[in-house]
Design a protein around this ligand. Structure first.
Ligand code: GDP
Ligand code: MG
Length: 436
């Protein structure tokens, strides 16, 4: 998809405004490209119409070309069509255990997803129980048990081939064991058939799950859309899990499914390992479909007019060795304004492979902010005066440990040193070119 679009945008480069002619060329190619990325025909058609309308009204901002502007408009439209933002799991806090049920065709990745979700919930402080309701194949139960061991979450199963019995006894076991989330893995078939649907429906009616998630293989392309529609008509599920996005699927399925069933995609599965699960972010998926994340963020930054003045000011302060914890605090705020760090890292090719995803998602600035907020004006301006007793006071005031304060001050010192050497370097570089 991105190759083709790139060609289109090359054609459009250098033109001053978005007009009927250049938008016409762009839209024809974009539609063709969407179709080849497995986006449903009707969805692609509607998208192109919407974008044409929006683009023609749009003014092209100065620092950006019309081509770049169109990419941004397409991206925003795709994001909107996929729900705008991530819709989290909706688990009732009152009813215990909260119940999550999964359904989908055989091989779509249900069992794997159940284990991944259990792991994720456990990490978030929950106490889940997995239930094997795919009772017809002993191998299916063994698979869940093996995965359960891996993620250290217990698995409830029975020997008899009676799914309803397994589920109801599983619910009892969860209550008896004070579990707060029940995750029910059901049986799927290779194709939609009445028996599978009837069973899933019966389990749904008996359990009344908080979340009935439909799991679908993104590599199935158009077939994924039809399957989603049929499951939704019968089961009226709450959300979608899109699996196997680590394959060469371009994400077109995400767009089509969302449009056709009008249910949020909540998770994406991106590999066979138990950690290969992500929340679904429409914006990231849009960029994946377009393959032009860097242009999109470039235009965004131009639109937001990043606080350049502030940065310049900071540079000056840095040179004069005045950079202090107030500036550091401001930098953190800027970083947050720019959106998720994960998103930034994904923009840089190669970097996303170097930095473990989990670590980034777990980054939390709150303790740092609390510590800086607990400092006096003098301390922020002159971190050198922060001695042992001041450190103790700051830790107490911010609800952190003295070691945390130590670490913050150490990192601040290192950052300052590094920034100074970088700006010195660029300074000397400038001198050489001006002399030459
Ligand atoms: P189920 O029949 O719906 O329960 O599907 P399974 O969970 O047993 O998964 C079927 C196969 O797909 C297994 O070999 C999984 O390891 C594999 N699988 C599941 N999710 C993913 C994924 O996101 N990426 C890849 N590459 N393989 C996956
Ligand atoms: Mg299974």
């Amino acid at each position: 998809l991105s190759d083709k679009l790139e060609l289109t945008f090359k054609k459009l480069a250098g033109q001053a405004t978005i007009n009927e002619i250049n938008i016409g060329i762009a839209m024809r190619d974009i539609k063709r490209a969407l179709l080849s990325a497995d986006v449903n025909y009707k969805v692609a058609k509607k998208l192109v119409e919407d974008i044409r309308e929006k683009s023609l009204g749009e003014e092209v901002i100065k620092s950006v070309s019309p081509a770049q502007m169109i990419v941004k408009i397409v991206n925003d439209e795709l994001t909107e069509l996929m729900g705008g933002e991530n819709k989290p799991l909706n688990l009732s806090p009152k009813k215990l255990p909260a119940i999550i049920m999964v359904a989908g065709l055989q091989g779509s990745g249900k069992t794997t997803f159940c284990a991944k979700l259990a792991r994720r919930l456990k990490k978030n402080g929950k106490n889940p129980l997995l239930v094997a309701a795919d009772v017809y194949r002993p191998a299916a139960i063994d698979q869940l048990k093996t995965l359960g061991e891996q993620v250290e979450v217990p698995v409830f199963s029975i020997e008899e081939p009676d799914a309803m019995k397994a589920v109801m006894q599983g619910l009892e076991a969860a209550r008896a064991g004070a579990k707060d989330v029940l995750i029910v893995d059901t049986a799927g078939r290779l194709q939609i058939d009445e028996k599978m649907m009837a069973e899933a429906e019966a389990i749904k009616n008996a359990l009344k799950p908080d979340e009935l998630l439909f799991v679908v293989d993104s590599m199935m392309g158009q077939e994924a859309v039809n399957t989603a529609r049929e499951f939704n008509e019968r089961l009226d599920f709450d959300g979608v899990v899109l699996t196997k996005l680590d394959g060469d699927a371009r994400g077109g399925a995400a767009l089509s499914i969302r449009q056709v069933v009008e249910k949020p995609i909540k998770f994406i599965s991106i590999g066979e390992k138990v950690d290969d699960l992500d929340l679904f972010y429409p914006e990231r998926m849009a960029q994946r479909i377009l393959g032009m994340g860097d242009i999109v963020s470039f235009v965004e930054k131009a639109q937001e007019t990043l606080d350049i003045e502030k940065t310049m000011q900071m540079q000056k302060r840095l040179m004069k060795n005045e950079f202090d914890l107030n500036d550091f605090f401001d930098q953190l705020q800027q970083l947050k304004k720019m959106g998720s760090i994960q998103g930034l890292i994904e923009m840089v090719p190669g970097l996303n492979k170097m930095v473990p995803k989990q670590e980034i998602e777990n980054l939390d600035f709150r303790p740092i902010e609390a510590m800086i907020n607990s400092m006096t004006k003098q301390e922020k301006e002159n971190p050198e005066i922060i001695n042992g007793s001041r450190r103790q006071r700051i830790a107490k005031g911010s609800g952190t440990k003295v070691q945390d304060v130590n670490l913050l001050l150490k990192q601040f010192g290192e950052m300052k040193k590094m920034m100074r050497s970088v700006s010195k370097l660029s300074q000397s570089g400038r001198k050489i070119t001006s002399q030459n």
